[in-house]
Design a protein around this ligand. Structure first.
Ligand code: PLP
Length: 545
């Protein structure tokens, strides 16, 4: 260990202005903390070389080096530097600063609180956890305390016992198989089979730390050039930025296709053809098409016919289908059709298409975002491809067991006649009914605003209204180097405390402006938010029209 030397200028107190750079280069600290022999040589051009084991690595003498850092932003992964994730982007960072100001200096702003409508984080906005899920989690975590007592209903205890039997050492603290706890994978397979009337194998179910992890695993699997062309994935515009961010991180091609706003954000097949051809022209090889249904940020629910057409398109273009169905329980208008079911019903040859569908414990009626539970079902995979995917996943060991248990409770809720059934149904219905009411309220209210057009929120947890921004405001935004919708949303935040995300963070047709708001705040807060919004919008229009 002592031979591995690391310059540690801060540790040596050598980062003061009195230390010359040659002094800095001449001292070093071993990993066990002792000052060792001088191994770093100062270079006349201010590029030093430090001996670490048998490697020599150049160190650039910059202001950052004065702090003893060898990792500087300019030598970090460039893909990570370019990726963006608007849902937690600059507007949200500003909201955090405003919250701090309100706390430190109450009364210093014309509003009392920030209303966070930027992220689909259900519990953060006040939604209560489902009792059954939390009781199963508590019992699984503390079996000595709860298994033998009658504090919790008998079906809760039976469920926890069943899961624990499938866990190493009967503890949630043990790693599971990389693809998840066996009994939970069985339950997921039963859920899909029942939902869709198709046979689903537990071997095709992979439990993951949220749907995000699953999406990332699959995109990574596809990250290989084909015929010398860069791999790409077709993604909707607007889209949930997990996709654009991950593709940027993996340096894969983004193949954007526009959703049809005038047709409730449906997918338009000629537009898919256009996007596909354009990618090929740009030497990008589309390998998969991603569909988010119900839609984020659009709040749309796709029709069965549209899903059929998409499956045919994917089949005809040799694309894997990635169906992000995390909002399958959040449907307020119409009906949810899973890609799995429609594919099976289409029959040959479409039922041979590779399909991955994603589900999460974070959304629906449960909203357990923090537990990080999710799964993917992989269908029609080549066995070797599947083995490669599982190998890659095994390097991450396994997803969190508590997240897996939350997922179990979602796919296998209490059955009629079981002790927890009534309360479970009451809580589930309450959450979903409130969301339904709020979905309608938000769209209806926005449609009364001058220059707003908001499609019905048929599903998911978001509205994505289109707004007409006056030319004067567009010019003003330009002069500040901002997108017009960013400018609008930032003004809204600064003047009212209402935090939503500009449409540019999700992508939109050039020349159109949108923003995304969640429908999650409690009804009274949502009403307050819409009133503040209205006043702000009227003022904004007066100022810039
Ligand atoms: C469409 C979509 N997919 C995936 C996710 C990620 O969900 P999870 O919390 O399971 O990672 C989200 C989260 O908002 C989402 O909206």
């Amino acid at each position: 260990m002592t031979s591995r030397l690391v310059t540690s200028l801060i540790g040596l107190g050598l980062n003061s202005s009195s230390s010359s750079s040659s002094q800095l280069a001449k001292r070093s600290l071993s990993i066990d903390g002792r000052i060792s022999a001088v191994t770093a040589a100062a270079h006349p051009t201010n590029v030093g070389v430090v001996q670490i084991g048998s490697h020599r690595r150049p160190i650039h003498t910059t202001a950052a080096k004065m702090d003893g850092k060898v990792i500087l932003v300019e030598n970090t992964n460039r893909n990570m530097r370019v990726m963006e994730y608007a849902v937690r982007g600059p507007i949200v960072i500003r909201a955090g600063e405003i919250e701090k100001q309100l706390k430190d200096k109450p009364g210093s702003l014309p509003f009392k609180r920030v209303i966070r409508s930027n992220i689909g984080d259900c519990h953060a906005t006040g939604q209560k956890p489902i009792t059954f899920i939390r009781q199963v989690l508590a019992t699984s975590t503390m079996p000595d305390m709860f298994l033998q007592s009658d504090v919790f209903p008998s079906d809760v205890r039976a469920r926890a016992e069943e899961i624990l039997k499938s866990c190493g050492g009967q503890s949630v603290g043990a790693y599971s198989d990389s693809a998840g706890v066996a009994v939970i994978r069985n339950h997921v397979a039963e859920y899909i089979s029942q939902r869709d009337g198709v046979k689903t194998l537990p071997e095709n179910v992979i439990l993951q730390g949220g749907a995000s992890e699953a999406v990332r695993s699959i995109l990574s699997l596809l990250n290989e050039p084909v015929d010398g062309q860069r791999p790409g994935v077709m993604i909707p515009i607007p889209q949930y930025p997990l996709y654009s961010a991950t593709l940027a991180e993996y340096n894969m091609g983004q193949v954007p296709y526009y959703l049809d706003e005038d047709n409730n954000w449906a997918l338009d097949i000629p537009e898919l053809e256009r996007a596909f051809l354009e990618a090929k022209k740009n030497k990008i090889h589309p390998r998969a098409i991603c569909i988010i249904n119900p839609g984020n940020p659009t709040g749309s629910v796709l029709s069965e016919q549209n899903i059929k057409d998409i499956i045919k398109f994917a089949y005809d273009h040799n694309l894997m289908l990635l169906a992000d169905e995390v909002y399958q329980h959040n449907v307020y208008i119409g009906k949810f059709f899973s890609f799995r079911k429609v594919q099976a019903e289409l029959g040959a040859p479409y039922n041979t298409l590779e399909l991955v569908s994603f589900m999460s414990a974070s959304k629906g009626f449960m909203g357990e975002c923090g537990l990080r539970g999710g799964y993917m079902e992989i269908v029609n995979f080549d066995p070797q491809v599947k083995a490669t995917l599982l190998k890659a996943i095994s390097a991450k060991l396994c997803s969190t067991i508590l997240g897996q248990i939350a997922m179990d409770c979602v796919v296998r809720p209490p059955a009629k006649g079981e002790e927890s059934y009534d309360l479970f149904m009451k809580e589930r219905t309450e959450v979903l009914e409130q969301l339904r009411t709020k979905a309608r309220m938000v769209a209806d209210t926005f449609n009364t605003f001058e220059g707003f057009k908001c499609n019905a929120v048929a599903g998911a947890m978001y509205a994505f209204p289109r707004l007409t921004i006056p030319q004067k405001a567009i010019e003003k935004a330009k002069s500040l180097g901002q997108e017009a919708d960013f400018f609008y949303v930032k003004q809204l935040l600064e003047e009212t405390g209402v935090c939503v995300v500009p449409g540019s963070g999700f992508g939109q047709r050039p020349g159109t402006y949108h923003f995304r708001t969640t429908i999650l705040p409690p009804t009274d807060q949502l009403k307050e938010m819409l009133n503040l919004f209205k006043e702000f919008h009227q003022k904004f229009m007066k100022e810039y029209k």
